[in-house]
Design a protein around this ligand. Sequence first.
Ligand code: CMC
Length: 430
Amino acid sequence: MNDKLVKLNRPDAGVDLDLPLLEGSEGPDVFDISRLYRDSGMFTFDPGFLSTASCRSAITYIDGDQGVLRYRGYPIEQLAEYSDFLEVAYLLLYGELPTTQEYQEFSHIILHHTMLNQGLLRFFEGFNYDAHPMAMMVGMAGSLSAFYHDSLDINDPDHREICAHRMIAKMPTIAAATYKHNIGEPIIYPRNDLSYCANFLHMMFATPCEEYKVTPLAERALNLLFILHADHEQNASTSTVRLAGSSGANPFACVAAGIASLWGPAHGGANEAVIAMLDEIGSVRNIEKYVAKAKDKDDPFRLMGFGHRVYKNYDPRAKIIRSVCHEILNTQVNDNPLFELAMRLEEIALQDEYFVERQLYPNVDFYSGIIYRALGIPTTMFTVMFAIARTTGWVSHWMEMIGDPAHRIGRPRQLYVGHGKRDYPPRAQR
Ligand code: CMC
C-alpha cells in the first residue's frame, strides 16, 4: 500500500476527487473507490467484475497474461511436482508450508474427521436414484450445519478452524456417497489408514463384497488434479462463498452456495461439458464443423474447455494436465481416442484466427475430464471432483475474510433502469 492519489476530474459531471491508489505485492494497482459514493454521489458500473478487485487477499496470485498461478507465492508447477493435496490444503489455510510435525498433525486431523453422522447419511434416501450428484452435494454440504452446533460460532477462531477441517475431511465422503446412491450400491465408510485421495477412490469403488485396490498411479493422478483445482483466487464460486459469508452465515451454508455457483457450465461444470462435447464431435473428421459452430454468433455452441476470464495465455494448469495425460493414458489404455480428439481440436483451434484474436486457449477443464474418465470416474461426478478440491480454497478464503476485523457485509449497488414511480391500478383496469 502507498499514499499515492489518482485524480478523477470530471467538471462536467461535478466530480473532482483524489482517489487513493493501492499497490499489491504483485499485479495491477487498484483505485480505492470505497468513498466514491459518499464524496461524489456516484457508483461505478462493472457487470461481471471485469475491472473490480472485490477484496484484499494473500492466498493466490494469478498473472493471466503470463500464464502464472501461485498459491501463497509457490508456483503451481512446483506444487504439482513435489507436493501433495493435504500439504497444499495446509498451505492455503495457514499461509506456510507445514513442517513434518505440522503435516502429520494436520493429516491426522483431516483423515480422522471423514465420517458422516448417521442422520446425515439417511438424507440420501430422500433423493431419487438419478439425482445429479451436484444437486446432492449442494444439499448435503449445507446440511452439515444442522449437525455441529458445538462449533458454529464464527467469531471464535477455534470454531472456524474446526469447521474448515470438517469440511475438507467430509467432502470426499459426501461425494463418494452421491455416486453410490446413483448406482444403488451401499455407501462405503471411509478408511482412516488411507491417504486423502486413496480413501476417496476406496469409497467410490469398493463394495461390501470386495476391497478396491487403489493403484499408485490413480492416487497420484487424483492428487495432481486436486492440487490444480484447489484454489483460483476470486472466481465465481469463491466470490459466492465470500459474499454469502460476509453476512455472518455459517461456513457450511456458504460452501453449499459455492458448490451451487461451481455447478454452472461456464465454471466448474465445464469439465462435464467438455466430455459431452468431445463425445458429440465423435471424430477428427467433424472438428472443422464444430469449430465453425463455435465461431458462429448465431449459434450458442462454444468450445467447452476453451477461454478464461483471466488467462489470456495458456492456462498453466492445462499445460500440466496435458503433459500427465500422456503418462496416465498410456498406462491405462494404449489408445485413447478422446485424448487424440482433444489434442487435434486444440491444434486446430489454436491456429484459427478467431481463437488467436480472442486469446482463447485450453483451460484446466479441457483435459481434466479425460483423466477422470480414465480413472473410471463417471462424467456426472466431474464437477463434484472439482468441488472436493476447491473446498480447501473456499474455506481458506472464508477464514481469511472472517479473520479480518475490517470485513463488512458485501452489498453491491446497481444502475437502476426500471420504471419511475407509477400508481397501482385496480386489476380490472390492467
Ligand atoms: N468458444 C467460442 N468462443 C468463445 C469461447 C469459447 N469457449 N469463450 C469465449 N469466446 C468468445 C466470446 O464469444 C467473445 O467473442 P466476441 O468478443 O466476438 O463477442 C470473446 O470470446 C470473449 O468471451 P467472453 O464470454 O466475453 O469472455 P468471459 O471472460 O466473459 O468468459 C468463459 C470466460 C470461461 C466463461 C468463456 O471463455 C467460456 O464460456 N468458455 C467455455 C466454458 C469453460 O470452459 N469454462 C471453464 C473455465 S476454467 C474452469 C473454472 O475456472 O471454472
